[in-house]
Design a binder for this molecule. Structure first.
Ligand code: 5GP
Ligand code: ZN
Length: 112
């Protein structure tokens, strides 16, 4: 997708602080961190939102989840973390390239 901010980040057309990448996923630091550690985990393939993931695209969700323990450890998050996927306008999604927030560091407030 040529007009997508996160596709441009994957392509290196817009700079980012990359933490990890493989065939399926790309991980980088959020530009406006809402916690001490705030990473974004995204599929390399452009998928706009969580509720539009097709069956053939679904394996990338597993890849995103499976990487969490290693990413958390690499960031020093030894005692847990929070993951968030905002979906659609009512869910607070601002960038329409699927992304999982990985947040941690200091104790996060409860989310009830
Ligand atoms: P959303 O609200 O869509 O779930 O989250 C979008 C996230 O992308 C926000 O936390 C925002 O700070 C982050 N973000 C927006 N533009 C950029 C950018 O150009 N670079 C990086 N690294 N993060 C960005
Ligand atoms: Zn994209």
């Amino acid at each position: 997708m040529t007009d997508c901010l996160f596709c441009k980040i994957i392509a290196g057309e817009i700079p980012s602080s990359k933490v990890y990448e493989d065939d399926l996923i790309f991980v980088f630091k959020d530009i406006n961190p809402k916690a001490e550690i705030h990473l974004l985990i995204i599929p390399k393939e452009h998928i706009d939102r969580l509720d539009n993931v097709s069956e053939s695209q679904a394996p990338v969700l597993t890849a995103m989840l499976q990487k969490l323990p290693e990413l958390a450890e690499s960031q020093g998050l030894t005692d847990g973390f929070r993951t968030i996927i905002n979906t659609g306008p009512a869910g607070g999604q601002e960038v329409y390239h699927l992304h999982m927030h990985l947040l941690g560091g200091k104790q996060l407030p409860g989310f009830h």
